[in-house]
Design a protein. Structure first.
Length: 260
């Protein structure tokens, strides 16, 4: 089920204000501009692909997202393909056709793959839609720094739109956190806390070792990994696990048992 914060059109309108362009977007934009055909899985409002086309990208750009609220905003630009669905839909009858040179999952979208079967099948679908030698790039928050401990109501943020309307957004984690899945709420309200609308979310926090095993099992070879957007090394205290992997040649997948 798609989170209310993304599916509801009135809430999706706040996404770009809450998530302004930053170093991570620049990181992915460089990758997109160097690839002839690109699929953005979990494209959201389409900002990355919009920017790539505006910068002069002349190849194929395709955005995929399961949230109607997000896609409605993405489709403001009509010279890009926009498809409704998630990573699993890449293997279905509505798959976006020929393979891509680059697949990206930005904005920590990778972390919504919570279950083992969902993760396994999604990675297999990504691998299947990559050209031989194609690249898959994504990021996930480093669980060793326990970022969810800072998702507390006292750290709420307020943003104002072009019409002067202000919204307050606060997070609250379901405690205690057990295992590698974090459940939390995101509450949108007026600045005084009135008229609240609550969106529930769950994110999975995989460590680098487990992540590498899952990717290898899907035929994806990790080539580069960074701890932040300036390409600093991945260390235990790094905020991110930024991963660039390549589609391994057929027949070279490492076997392992899911759930180990």
């Amino acid at each position: 089920m798609v989170d209310l914060a993304y599916a509801d059109r009135s809430l999706a309108e706040w996404y770009d204000l809450l998530n302004p362009w930053g170093p991570g977007d620049d990181f992915y934009l460089d990758l997109v501009m160097s690839a002839d055909s690109v699929l953005d899985v979990g494209c959201g409002t389409g900002t990355l692909l919009h920017r790539a086309r505006a910068r002069g990208h002349r190849g194929r750009l395709c955005g995929l997202d399961p949230a109607d609220g997000m896609l409605e905003r993405a489709r403001r630009r009509t010279d890009i393909e926009w498809l409704a669905g998630d990573a699993l839909s890449l293997a279905g009858k509505n798959r976006p056709g020929p393979v891509f040179d680059l697949v990206v999952m930005t904005g920590h979208a990778f972390q919504v793959l919570v279950g083992e079967a969902e993760l396994r099948d999604s990675l297999a679908a990504v691998r299947a839609t990559l050209a031989e030698g194609g690249r898959f790039a994504f990021e996930t928050r480093n669980p060793l720094v326990r970022p969810w401990e800072r998702w507390t109501p006292d750290r709420a943020v307020e943003v104002r739109d072009a019409d002067g309307v202000t919204v307050r957004v606060a997070h609250r984690v379901d405690l205690p956190v057990r295992g590698d899945v974090v459940h939390f709420t995101e509450t949108f309200s007026a600045p005084d806390g009135t008229r609240p609308r609550v969106s529930r979310s769950s994110l999975r926090f995989l460590d680098a070792r487990t992540l590498g095993e899952r990717l290898a099992g899907a035929g994806l070879t990790v080539e580069e990994q960074y701890g932040d957007w300036d390409r600093r090394p991945l260390t235990p205290d790094a905020p991110e696990i930024i991963t660039l992997c390549r589609a391994a040649p057929a027949g070279t997948r490492r076997a392992f048992r899911w759930g180990d």
